[in-house]
Design a protein. Structure first.
Length: 103
């Protein structure tokens, strides 16, 4: 398998699940969204995907080579997924707290 595919395998395998979670996040807004609210949501989703990608790359390179190739992928998947969820959760909390402060 090529180095490019090996490095991105955890991201490739989790992209459908990231899409599902992104749709759930997008649809949790209660009222019609303004352009600024939609821009915030797009930025939150983009940052979550970026965090998952960079976290996966970092953990893939930081994994112990003695553990085997599969464990590098497992660690990259776990770290990437965790960072994606963290970013979406923080965006959801920020969105909710901002909505509760508005009149």
């Amino acid at each position: 398998m090529s180095r490019l595919v090996t490095l991105n395998l955890s991201l490739i395998l989790l992209l459908p699940w990231y899409l599902v979670l992104g749709i759930v996040y997008w649809r949790t807004r209660r009222k019609p969204a303004t352009a600024a609210q939609r821009a915030f949501d797009v930025a939150a989703l983009a940052l979550a995907l970026l965090a998952a990608t960079l976290g996966g790359y970092w953990s893939f390179d930081a994994a112990d080579p003695a553990a085997g190739a599969i464990w590098k992928q497992v660690l990259a998947s776990l770290v990437g997924y965790g960072l994606f969820l963290l970013a979406l959760a923080l965006a959801f909390i920020a969105r909710r707290s901002r909505a509760s402060r508005l009149p």
